[in-house]
Design a protein around this ligand. Structure first.
Ligand code: NAD
Length: 447
């Protein structure tokens, strides 16, 4: 690639910093937020908005760049963006958060940093369906004439234009990626393991949206053993396996993991990143594995469910120690993939499967009747059910997500196999992403 194209790809095109006051119970409080657009080689640009006390401008720019690469890796035709608001959401009531979110959204909409055709946010750390619904509603009030107002943000509740399967999408995508990895015996062998996911001993950091959904599937569908869960107030350990669902219910009721029965508790959660296990899934936040602890990480495979959990320095150390890493830019792209499906659904103004589901069911019924007629045998009930069932929206979303994660894995693998200079999945992911983005710049030229 020529240096000019490389520099163009590196550059973050725009970033806006906003400082806006909100009247909270008669007192004015000023909040600081950002939205960065990394690359508009595809429009709209896409990326979450996070609410966190430590968010800052460089982080938002870096995460916007990661979104560009992520979209390219999973063939989602969007550029990259990211937003952040410096706030500890746990310190504010629901009503206060609504006022703050609506004001932040209004500022971003007015300055063209949110719109269905150019910049479409999504949830991230500290935000969820509720905040996305407020943002969509704010956009609708400012632009009621825009037929596609619902497409200005994704991750909305299903009854407000969201799509079934979006909430679980990132976590589910993480598991689809892991299943694809385990379908390739040579990749599993290179990581010093054999067999499938069942019985694998897993440590998860962060039981929020991503960690919970990934952990629940691994625990309940793949028969993996979650031997430790690291949360912000400590960690739970049980070599026999911990039920993710029960821990989630315990957190919902008690706001802590401390006191959870059926597992021992330790205050020093971060130390458990070093616990011996087969698979480590950091699913909380960035810079968790650094130069300080990378030498002591005792796992065979790290699945980067969170964004940027491994620093550059740590990455070098882990690579030298032959620990396999499935990188964030690929592994947590399930969220943006299903966001893409939601955006399409909003633009088409119809739920996926609405037109064809019953038709497919009738067709299935005809196949069964024909088969039974020809063979003069009754088809077992379970077989009939499988043939008759027409795909609903959730089936289609999960199928599209699985297909996307599998295809992207194949591309990373092909790159690893065909390019001698590429020896790890992270480099493969960047080679795939940057090649696609560069091709787009080279084909179109610079406007
Ligand atoms: P979340 O806020 O729902 O969950 C984060 C969880 O981590 C919470 O349970 C929190 O208590 C825990 N946590 C916070 N600090 C911790 C610490 N120091 N140690 C252990 N646990 C800690 O956030 P999320 O949406 O699940 O996002 C998690 C990560 O995944 C982030 O890096 C985010 O950027 C990334 N990600 C999220 C999505 C998505 O769709 N939500 C998509 C792609 C990437």
């Amino acid at each position: 690639m020529d240096p000019g194209t490389a520099t163009t790809i590196k550059a973050c095109e725009a970033i806006i910093e906003l400082q806006f006051p909100v009247n909270l119970n008669g007192k004015l409080e000023v909040f600081t937020g950002w939205r960065a657009t990394h690359s508009t080689h595809r429009l709209p640009v896409k990326g979450g908005i996070r609410y966190a006390p430590i968010v800052e401008q460089d982080e938002v720019r870096a995460l916007a760049a990661l979104m560009t690469y992520k979209c390219a890796i999973v063939d989602v035709p969007f550029g990259g963006s990211k937003g952040g608001l410096q706030i500890d959401p746990s310190k504010y009531s629901r009503d206060e958060l609504q006022l703050i979110t609506r004001r932040f959204a209004r500022e971003l909409i007015r300055k063209n940093f949110i719109s269905p055709s150019t910049n479409v946010p999504a949830p991230d750390m500290g935000t969820g369906e509720r905040e996305m619904a407020w943002i969509a509603d704010t956009y609708k009030h400012l632009h009621p004439e825009n037929l596609n107002y619902n497409a200005c943000v994704t991750g909305k509740p299903v009854h407000h234009g969201g799509i079934r399967g979006r909430v679980e999408a990132t976590g589910r995508g993480v598991v689809y990626a892991m299943r694809e990895f385990f379908r390739h015996a040579s990749d599993v062998k290179n990581a010093g393991m054999d067999g499938g996911l069942d019985g694998k001993r897993i440590v998860i950091q962060g039981l929020g949206n991503v960690g919970y959904h990934a952990g629940k599937l691994l625990d309940e569908e793949d028969d993996a053993k979650i031997i430790a869960i690291i949360e912000k107030d400590g960690a739970l350990i049980n070599e026999e396996g911990i039920s993710i669902q029960r821990v989630r219910e315990f957190i919902n009721a008690n706001n802590t993991i401390k006191g959870f029965p059926d597992a021992s508790f330790t205050e020093n959660g971060k130390a458990l990143l070093e616990m011996e296990c087969d698979i480590l899934i950091p699913a909380a936040m960035e810079t968790q594995i650094t130069g300080d602890n990378a030498e002591r990480i005792n796992t065979k495979l790290i699945v980067e469910a969170a964004n940027g959990p491994i620093t550059f320095e740590a990455d070098e150390i882990l690579k030298n120690r032959n620990i396999t890493i499935i990188p964030d830019a690929y592994v947590n792209a399930g969220g943006v993939t299903v966001s893409y499906f939601e955006w399409i659904r909003n633009l088409s103004h119809i739920r996926f499967g609405r037109m064809e589901r019953r038709y497919d069911e009738i067709k299935g019924q005809h196949y069964i009747s024909a088969l039974q007629n020809m063979t003069q045998k009754d088809m077992p009930d379970w077989m009939q059910k499988g043939i008759i069932k027409g795909a609903d929206e959730l089936d289609l979303v999960r199928s599209g997500l699985d297909d996307t994660m599998r295809n992207a894995y194949q591309e990373l693998r092909d790159t690893l196999e065909t390019n001698d200079k590429v020896n790890d999945f992270r480099t493969a992911a960047y080679v795939v992403a940057i090649s696609k983005i560069a091709r787009s710049y080279i084909d179109l030229g610079v406007y």
